[in-house]
Design a protein around this ligand. Structure first.
Ligand code: SF4
Ligand code: SF4
Length: 439
């Protein structure tokens, strides 16, 4: 088996054993869901219901506002009881629609269809209609990636099955348990893009997923399953493209610049469900792991609060010290449990208070380890020094905006410098200053 990879990156402890072999379980619908109008990049959706309205699962409750936006659908049937600014996993308060469950189970899903009946344009329209976004964490509206652009051609669609973040196994389980949906979703993406070739990149620590999808894709010679080295950040979009095709996305460029579109496994499955079942994106699989009594992969309705999800997994094993939504390398730490699961919530990782050590940082010892591992050939130590000196212009000169915030530099730094945290804060300042200038 020829295994592909990229230059740089780090080898981590993956801690996937607790959930990797556990089948997906379905959590019963909660009594209440909280659905933020912003679960994606781009314009937040516009609320079209009012307090007191009765809604059914699958009904649009907030409509897309513009092209780079997607609608939000009710994930359960019931009554709208509040529309307020509420806590969001992103940290800020965001307008959210609260629905109390009427336990009727009523739904208004769209029409069922087959891939053969749909044109590329209809698939792109369906992507937006079902509220599809990148479910790996970025939340970029999927239909936008597939919009034809003059002078650009999509030669290949890549499905990201690397799942290189420690602890997460939700995509692994989807590949093993619903391979037919993964392949159907991928074929639909190919049709939407007009692409003749597709790859599914999977790290070799998931041999059952490689075997299952290779078998499932055998009847479609356009699709190739590519085994990848187990290395972080193998699933980062540009690293994945480089490992599989050898192509390098230019600085500041997009995958489309090298003829590729990348989507994640859960996104392909949600598209297949939209086609076959007419079901919009109202639930997702989340890996709940770490210091919980029953770590597991759970299919949960969007809008379910994280505390209810943790209860479903038996509760905490000790005193929680930190809760991360997503994986530990890139997922944001949360300070409250009443936040909802949204379209991009791939995991809930609970760290015990004993695990959360507050490490003192110290001056740079110029070991260059951060330079060796940066997959974007940046010099993280120089970036950190420029930020520390308050010289954001210099940080920009060193390419700070090309940083993909993978955290590899921070992981290897023996001086425990909070490099990626400083980079994130500095990038936000630079972007805010530029937006201000534009106004
Ligand atoms: S500088 Fe950015 S891209 Fe490079 S290793 Fe650090 S976080 Fe990753
Ligand atoms: S890894 Fe840390 S100590 Fe080593 S050069 Fe980079 S910032 Fe300095």
């Amino acid at each position: 088996m020829r295994v592909k990879t990229f230059k740089g990156g780090v080898h981590l402890n993956y801690f996937k054993e607790a959930t990797a072999s556990k089948s997906i379980e379905v959590m019963p619908d909660p009594e209440q869901v909280i659905l933020p109008v912003s679960q994606h990049l781009g314009a937040p959706a516009e609320v079209i219901v009012a307090v007191g309205d009765e809604v059914k699962a699958g009904q649009v409750i907030a409509q897309a506002k513009g092209f780079v936006s997607v609608p939000v659908h009710a994930s359960i049937s019931g009554k709208v009881t509040a529309i307020n600014q509420m806590p969001h996993p992103g940290g800020k308060k965001v307008t959210a629609i609260v629905i109390e469950n009427d336990n009727s189970g009523a739904d208004v899903f769209g029409a069922k269809s087959g891939l053969a009946e749909l044109t590329g344009q209809q698939i792109r329209e369906l992507m937006q209609a079902i509220g599809l976004v990148g479910m790996g964490g970025a939340g970029f509206p999927t239909h936008v990636k597939y919009q034809p652009m003059e002078g650009k051609r999509v030669e290949a669609v890549i499905l990201n099955g690397a799942e290189c973040e420690p602890y997460l196994t939700c995509d692994h389980r989807l590949m093993v348990e619903v391979p037919q949906k993964v392949i159907l979703g991928l074929q639909a993406m190919m049709k939407a893009a007009g692409a003749e070739k597709a790859y599914i990149g999977i790290e070799v620590n998931k041999p059952d997923a490689i075997e299952t999808l290779t078998r499932e894709a055998a009847s479609d010679p356009r699709i190739e399953v590519v085994p990848l080295e187990v290395k972080y950040p193998q699933g980062e979009e540009k690293m994945l493209i480089n490992a599989i095709t050898g192509r390098v996305v230019p600085s500041g460029g997009l995958p489309l610049d090298v003829g590729v579109v990348v989507n994640n496994i859960a996104t392909a499955v949600a598209l297949a469900e939209g086609i076959q079942e007419g079901m919009p994106l109202i639930s997702r699989v989340v890996t709940v792991t770490g210091a919980v009594k029953n770590p597991r992969n759970v299919r949960v309705k969007l809008g379910t609060s994280v505390d209810k999800l943790i209860d479903f997994c038996g509760g905490f094993t000790g005193t929680p010290g930190r809760i991360i939504l997503g994986g530990p390398m890139t997922g944001p730490a949360q300070y409250r449990l009443d936040i909802p699961v949204i379209k991009t919530t791939s995991g809930v990782l609970v760290q015990d208070r004993g695990e959360v050590k507050l490490l003192e940082d110290s001056p740079c010892v110029r070991c260059a380890r951060c330079v060796d591992v940066c997959p974007y050939n940046l010099m993280p130590c120089f970036l950190a020094n420029a930020i520390e000196a308050g010289d954001l212009a210099l940080a920009e000169k060193y390419g700070i905006m090309d940083c993909r915030e993978c955290g590899s530099c921070t992981f290897v730094c023996p001086a425990r410098r909070p490099i990626v945290q400083d980079i994130k804060a500095a990038k936000a300042k630079i972007t805010a200053a530029k937006n201000k200038q534009k106004k």
